[in-house]
Design a protein around this ligand. Structure first.
Ligand code: MF3
Ligand code: CO
Length: 248
């Protein structure tokens, strides 16, 4: 069952979404060669405490940190460590929070110093795919319209979408129905209704879509070792069109 939210609940989720985005933007400005992903985790934990929010991921199915940091061929769920970011890397930053029983969840992928043209194109296409998918998040459309837009834009640009992980509804739970795949057919799936809040996530590989889970049992990496990027926004379906709750 898809839980639709009241206007008051959407405002609670906006508070969560903005808080996540604020911290992600602070992290973006701290990403540079030589920084460890654990330093980004520690900064995140400090900011969550200061802002009165709880981490949503820490302890979720045993995940050990507040933040996911996925470097280069790591698609999602990279665990912060002593790994030092290097010039030319890309790093996905994914953060979830809980404030007053409501969840916020958002992700960005950012360059570390100067990056290759191929990497720049991957980041651009992945973020564009998310923005184009959000434009489809309006009354009268179906979930498949969102999924198909992501897949279409990614594949037109010669990249591939991840199939094993999906976006999701969000509210008083981190993962609610519906699931939102990065692939699908326009005109299929559930009708979008007022009050639905969707965490749409683009997970885009520069090579093939195949992935593996590393020995840490969390980190998803591309099988071919090529780069992957991840962007995520929370969007409410309203009579006035898509309302991005993770915008600043
Ligand atoms: N944004 C991801 C998701 O919604 C992050 C989950 S990390 C986990 O599934 F640790 F919570 F699993
Ligand atoms: Co999510």
């Amino acid at each position: 069952m898809i839980v639709c939210k009241s206007a008051a609940e959407v405002e609670k989720l906006r508070q969560c979404g903005r808080l996540v985005r604020e911290i992600l933007e602070e992290l973006r400005s701290r990403v540079r060669p030589g920084v460890t992903t654990l330093e980004l985790e520690k900064y995140t934990a400090k900011r969550l405490a200061e802002l009165g929010a709880r981490p949503a991921f820490k302890g979720y199915r045993g995940y050990p940190c507040c933040l996911c940091t996925s470097v280069n061929d790591e698609i999602i769920h990279g665990i912060p460590s002593e790994r030092r970011l290097q010039e030319g890397d890309i790093v996905g930053l994914d953060l979830g929070v809980i404030v007053e029983g409501f969840y916020g969840d958002s992700a960005i992928t950012v360059p570390v110093g100067g990056i290759s043209e191929d990497a720049q194109k991957l980041l651009q296409v992945s973020e564009e795919a998310l923005d184009l998918a959000i434009e489809k998040a309006h009354l009268g459309n179906r979930l498949g319209d969102i999924s198909a837009r992501i897949q279409g834009h990614v594949e037109e640009n010669g990249f591939s979408v991840v199939r094993e992980f999906v976006g999701h509804g969000i509210g008083r739970e981190l993962h609610e129905e519906p699931q939102i795949p990065n692939y699908g057919q326009a005109g299929r799936g559930s009708l979008l209704k007022e009050g639905m809040v969707l965490a749409i996530e683009t997970m885009v590989n520069s090579g093939g879509s195949a992935l593996q889970i590393k020995e840490d049992r969390w980190t998803a990496v591309t099988t071919d070792g090529k780069l992957s990027a991840h962007f995520e926004h929370m969007v409410a379906i309203t009579r006035n069109g898509p309302d991005v709750l993770t915008a600043l």
